[in-house]
Design a protein. Structure first.
Length: 465
């Protein structure tokens, strides 16, 4: 690193990330021209083609599509009709909800704690149960997946989960625990309902109402594409670091925050670092790889496929020194890096300190399986994330993902420019740390796998204020 003029490099990277930014153009193409892009859909494939072509246009000639088989799902209709009346309440299926057509009594389980399920006793058997999404606030929090599993084991036939967000909002959510080794089926068919309609449903449930729940959905296999590109390192070309984020979205939203923001940051970091090489001759020390994933919203399948292909048994190449995952970068400015294992903390903090931006390194306690760093972590590859929706200090208006409200405007252009400059500076620094100066990785894939499985059903800290 000694012979590099970092002040000059940082000026170029921040300047190019800001003044040369193509962020608005990338945002508009992904959000408005392509729009919602559920993994494996035509729109998702077009997004991968677009990212691939832009990477090539920006000088990353080796940019390529990597296809994988996506275990996919979609639905055509989801309705809830109140028995004995014309009333229907709007619902959304949880992602990967199995098809269901059922008329049964509606039973209110409150927060769905074990105590409330036990109190409802035999009424749960065969019922459509209603449950608040957030955990009961006065006992140790249990994720909704664990509460749904308890209701299912008591015989509940289907579940309606009431949103915590108000104003008629409904998110697409998942009902299974992503720490499990495979994508588990729903504990029971699960849909969600707005906070307001949920209040109506609880009123009706208290009066012994029955309802008909109908979800028309299907599971199928379909091809999907990851995008992978790189700028080759000059000192240790056989080693690499990777920065990546998912380009797919859920239904009905272009995902301005989740995750057009992270996708554009990957595209922009690649563009800026390619421009640095082209215009100043400064290259990475070890190779910097850039990737965008499909299938994140369906159990991180794109990132899993990549880790298996590249770093699994007989994989294509040795694991990266570090994998940085970019997801939901419009919830606040960059505050630092959260690494998944403690052995990376001091090393990463020392790198951040050289940037002189007051960035901090934190360590995630219980494993976080909610985004694409997890397949890397599970394989004992050192990984980290940036600021995400669940941390302190997010913008009050930023809590949008997985719903209509996560529109193009939710991508904060100026903040993203700063992210791109800082990410580029960090990745270039990481590329130039000599092999012997990296901390030894004490973790094994077996150990991480055991940890993931042991933590199934437990609460992941959300860092809400
Ligand atoms: Zn995301």
């Amino acid at each position: 690193m000694a012979d590099l003029d970092w002040l000059k490099i940082d000026r170029f990277l921040m300047g190019e990330a800001w003044a040369g930014s193509r962020t608005p153009e990338y945002r508009d193409h992904l959000c408005h021209e392509i729009g919602p892009r559920w993994g494996g859909s035509d729109a998702d494939l077009r997004a991968a083609d677009y990212i691939h072509s832009q990477m090539q246009e920006n000088g990353l000639q080796q940019a390529r599509l990597e296809q994988f088989d996506l275990d996919s799902w979609d639905y055509s209709d989801a309705t809830l009709k109140i028995a004995g009346s014309d009333e229907a309440l709007e619902i959304k299926p949880f992602l990967r909800c199995p098809p269901v057509d059922l008329t049964a009594p509606v039973v209110d389980l409150g927060y769905g704690t074990q105590r409330e399920i036990d109190n409802a006793d035999s009424a749960v058997d065969g019922a459509i149960v209603v449950m608040t999404l957030g955990p009961e606030p006065f006992t140790p929090p249990l994720p909704h997946t664990a509460r749904l599993t308890m209701a299912a084991s008591k015989g509940a036939a289907a579940a309606i989960v009431i949103e915590s967000k108000t104003g008629g909002r409904m998110e697409y959510r998942s009902a299974n625990d992503w720490r499990a080794p495979d994508i588990a089926p729903h504990p029971l068919p699960t849909v969600n309902i707005s906070y307001e309609a949920g209040g109506r449903l609880k009123y009706l449930a208290a009066r012994g109402t029955s309802a008909t729940l109908n979800v028309q959905s299907q599971f199928f296999e379909t091809p999907a594409n990851n995008v992978v590109a790189e700028i080759e390192g000059e000192s240790w070309p056989d080693e690499h670091v990777i920065v990546a984020g998912h380009h797919d979205t859920v239904f009905g939203t272009p995902g301005g925050n989740d995750n057009t923001s992270g996708t554009v940051a990957v595209m922009e970091a690649a563009r800026v670092l390619a421009a640095l090489k082209r215009e100043t001759g400064v290259t990475p020390g070890r190779t910097i790889r850039f990737a965008t994933w499909s299938g994140e919203e369906q159990g991180l399948q794109g990132a899993y496929a990549y880790v298996a292909r590249h770093h699994g048994k007989d994989g294509l190449d040795s694991p990266p020194r570090f994998a940085l995952n970019l997801d939901e970068l419009s919830t606040g400015h960059m505050k630092g890096v959260v690494v998944m294992t403690d052995h990376m903390r001091d090393f990463m903090q020392a790198q951040l300190d050289t940037m002189n931006d007051g960035l901090a390194c934190h360590v995630q306690g219980p494993l976080d399986a909610h985004s694409d760093h997890f397949p890397f972590t599970r394989a004992a590859i050192p990984a980290g994330i940036l600021w995400r929706w669940r941390f302190f200090g997010r913008h009050a208006t930023s809590e949008f993902h997985h719903e209509f409200g996560d529109s193009a405007q939710k991508l904060n252009v100026r903040e993203l420019k700063e992210y791109v400059g800082q990410i580029s500076r960090l990745m270039l620094r990481l590329s130039h740390v000599p092999p012997n100066d990296w901390p030894e990785n004490p973790h094994t894939a077996d150990e991480m796998e055991r940890r993931a499985v042991a933590e199934i059903g437990s609460h992941t800290p959300t860092f809400h204020g």
